[in-house]
Design a protein around this ligand. Structure first.
Ligand SMILES: Nc1ncnc2c1ncn2[C@@H]1O[C@H](COP(=O)(O)OP(=O)(O)OP(=O)(O)O)[C@@H](O)[C@H]1O
Ligand SMILES: Cc1ncsc1CCO
Ligand SMILES: [Mg+2]
Length: 266
């Protein structure tokens, strides 16, 4: 485990999340809206799925964090993304980018590169998306990863160094790095990637935790640890991805900060 981030820090961050219930503005995709909002609610944060270009900036002035996800993007949404990200950057609140399937199309690559100019506090992606971003080459078949998170640690560190963002690579083990400090979060359930948009919901939770944590690195570790711990607990009763989904929401809601002591960080 990294000396810079301990389980005590994670427990403290979850305490803060429960106490502060931060307002998290999510500009996220159609698939993920329901799950991301419910994951934030279960984790005691307060979601607002507000994306239109006529109100995205105004909402970002009220929020404690902004989440931008390019999963089902189109030009009017992209305008809202830029407006909200730029207000977040101006106000010094964390904003988190989820570059869904960035390697798949030119439009996704161009949009992601343009959004990166607002300097996200955190980039949360799966391993194939990190490879696509770090190498500027197409990778993956679409939204699902064909790479292993722990095999792309160096690319994640290089991306963190190039962008100044904390980079989170989700997978069987989650990799969280600011290029200097790298933390691996183990745990979860192998059926978690079969819940569509759970990664997008993880990104939203990273926004919530980053809103209350002293650093985006700690916020990102705490969010991934919450999901790993809740996923593992939920997995004990679930029969498949269908029953894992509600069980995961229940486990997150029942999660006490002290439960995070069970999480393995390395
Ligand atoms: N094999 C696994 N074992 C345990 N947990 C996993 C595994 N794979 C992914 N997870 C967890 O599932 C959640 C979603 O991560 P995933 O890598 O599937 O995101 P994603 O590919 O971006 O998903 P989506 O695009 O559907 O939103 C994360 O909390 C991650 O830690
Ligand atoms: C399946 C899917 N397609 C676009 S976004 C999304 C949700 C998972 O990323
Ligand atoms: Mg994803």
């Amino acid at each position: 485990m990294s000396a810079d981030i301990s389980v005590d820090h994670v427990v403290d961050t979850v305490h803060r999340l429960h106490e502060q219930t931060p307002l998290v503005q999510c500009i996220t995709n159609y698939v993920s809206m329901d799950l991301a909002a419910n994951v934030l609610n279960a984790a005691h944060a307060s979601p607002a799925m507000v994306h239109d270009e006529r109100e995205a900036a105004e909402m970002a002035r009220l929020a404690s964090a902004v989440v931008v996800n390019i999963g089902t993007l189109s030009p009017p949404w992209v305008t809202g993304m830029h407006e909200a990200a730029s207000v977040a950057a101006e106000r010094g609140i964390p904003w988190v980018l989820d570059p869904v399937a960035v390697g798949a199309t030119a439009y996704r690559r161009e949009t992601t590169n343009a959004l990166l100019t607002h300097r996200p506090a955190v980039i949360r992606a799966n391993a194939s998306e990190i490879v696509a971003l770090a190498t500027a080459q197409g990778a993956g078949r679409g939204v699902d990863s064909t790479h292993d998170s722990t095999a792309v640690v160096e690319q994640a560190q290089a991306l963190a160094s190039a962008t100044g963002s904390v980079v989170v690579v989700s997978g069987a083990s989650d990799v969280v790095t600011d290029s200097v400090t790298t933390v691996i979060v183990d745990g979860g359930d192998p059926r978690m990637p079969l819940i569509s948009a759970l990664g997008c919901a993880a990104t939203a939770l990273v926004g919530g935790a980053a809103a209350v944590a002293p650093t985006p690195l700690l916020g990102a570790v705490a969010a991934m640890a919450m999901l790993a711990n809740a996923g593992e607990r939920a997995g004990r009763s679930a029969q498949g991805p269908g029953t894992l989904r509600p069980a995961l929401l229940d486990a997150l809601w029942a999660q006490r900060p002290e439960d995070l002591r069970d999480v393995v960080l390395r």
